[in-house]
Every structure is written in structure tokens, then in C-alpha cells.
Design a protein around this ligand. Structure first.
Ligand SMILES: [Zn+2]
Length: 44
């Protein structure tokens, strides 16, 4: 199994997505946007 390190669950996708797919948001605890970049299948 691969580690979950570097992954974050996107509430839009409903699954873990690589942190690299998330934009930056310094106001959040982990420094990453709450949702992944809106360019994955299923995103509006
Ligand atoms: Zn997403």
C-alpha cells in the first residue's frame, strides 16, 4: 500500500487526491485549498 502522505481528500471528488492537485491557501491549516483544482473529471 502506498502512504497517504501527500494526499488529501477532496470533498468534491469524494476521494483522496494528490496535494499537488490542490491550490495554495495559506488561511487553511494545511496551507492547501479545500478543493482540488477544478480540472478533474466530475468537476463543474
Ligand atoms: Zn476535487
Amino acid at each position: 500500500m502506498e502512504s497517504d502522505e501527500g494526499m488529501k481528500r477532496c470533498p468534491d471528488c469524494g476521494e483522496a487526491t494528490a496535494l499537488s492537485e490542490f491550490g495554495r491557501n495559506q488561511s487553511l491549516a494545511d496551507g492547501r485549498a479545500r478543493h482540488c483544482k477544478p480540472r478533474l473529471p466530475g468537476h463543474a
